[in-house]
Write a protein that binds this ligand. Structure first.
Ligand SMILES: *[C@@H]1O[C@H](CO)[C@@H](O)[C@H](O)[C@H]1NC(C)=O
Ligand SMILES: *[C@@H]1O[C@H](CO)[C@@H](O)[C@H](O)[C@H]1NC(C)=O
Length: 312
């Protein structure tokens, strides 16, 4: 993870999105240690609340809200931290889950290792065509109502992006906003589930992993024709940039080649494709105070936040 790697990656040296131990072939399995070194687990009252992703030495991206669930065990190679600050998105909409994103700042930076590294983030101008190969990781339920069995190893699943138009038609026209991104297999069987929420969806481009989504919502898990819905990370570059002023996370543009087949998809009630008019987001400065949350980092590619207090 030295200077040479860095030059090999890109002219602009970015220390994000790289792994030492990730040679992906198949999905839906235990993730080998170090495969997803940015994966975080947010704990409150000793239980797993949601997933998250490390984006630099002291910031973690999570979704706006998480739900409690038990998680066993810990890792022999842990380091503790507390959370200094929680920055919630100012215009999160609890009815639609629009703007389902938040940032956690750790009280002190972590040192990167082969097992703890930041992910790159999709830059504003990124786009994902229908079918873009992606990976989702987490400790969530392995199916509706079924908790991850012992020893609760981090799970990974490979899912293709499903275009927003088709995703709207499948989930309900209007339910999927431009701030969301969908992924899933139409025949069902592969998806993120409860407990994964807040965790990252990533896609690889030129040997660098770029976070495209934050696990947000869905009807059930892995049901046929009901793709999972993710917060579209690329929509939040300005907001993240405004909140993280030093040691900026690595934003990388992700692009897909060819024509997006989703752009011509239609169904009753779905408006015709819009010509890319970027919608401005209202930003009110709201930053909540730090709760007493402890963070434990592990050298197994996992990253734990253990805590006993307030806001999630
Ligand atoms: C991080 O690395 C620096 C430099 O090697 C060292 O001084 C510091 O103690 C390390 N911090 C932790 C928490 O390991
Ligand atoms: C999107 O991709 C999926 C496969 O991942 C395919 O089943 C579906 O038909 C595609 N949709 C469009 C509109 O091309």
């Amino acid at each position: 993870y030295g200077v040479m790697d860095c030059f090999a990656l890109t002219l602009l040296c970015r220390l994000c999105g790289t792994t030492s131990f990730n040679n992906k072939i198949v999905g839906g399995e235990d993730a080998p240690a170090g495969s997803w070194p940015w994966q975080a687990s947010v704990h409150q009252f000793g239980g797993h609340v949601c997933g998250g992703s490390l984006i630099n030495k002291e910031w973690v991206i999570v979704r706006y809200r998480g739900r409690r669930q038990n998680q066993e065990g810990s890792n022999p190679n842990e380091v503790s931290r507390t959370v200094a600050q929680i920055v919630l998105h100012p215009v999160y909409d609890s009815d639609t889950n629009d703007n389902d994103i938040a940032l956690l700042r750790l009280t002190s930076p972590v040192n990167f290792t082969n097992y703890i590294r930041p992910v790159c983030l999709a830059a504003s101008d990124s786009f994902y065509h229908n079918g873009t190969d992606s990976w989702v990781t987490g400790w969530g339920k392995i199916n509706e109502g079924k908790f991850l069995p012992s020893p609760q190893a981090l799970q990974e699943v490979e899912v293709p992006v499903l275009g927003n138009r088709q995703c709207n038609c499948l989930n309900r026209v209007g339910s999927v906003t431009d701030n969301m991104l969908c992924a899933g297999v139409l025949t069902g069987g592969k998806d993120s589930c409860q407990g994964d929420s807040g965790g990252p969806m990533v896609a690889k481009q030129n040997s660098v992993w770029i976070q495209s989504g934050v696990v947000s919502w869905g009807f059930g898990c892995a049901r046929p024709n009901l793709p999972g819905v993710y917060t579209r990370v690329s929509r939040y570059q300005p907001w993240i940039d405004s909140k993280i002023t030093t040691d900026k996370p690595g934003f990388v543009q992700f692009t897909s080649s060819g024509v997006d087949t989703d752009s011509s998809y239609t169904c009753p009630g779905l408006p015709p494709p819009a010509t890319n008019v970027p919608t401005k987001q209202q930003l009110k400065p709201t930053t909540t105070k730090a709760p007493d949350i402890a963070v434990i980092l592990t050298a197994e590619g996992e990253f734990f936040i253990l805590g006993s207090a307030s806001t999630s």
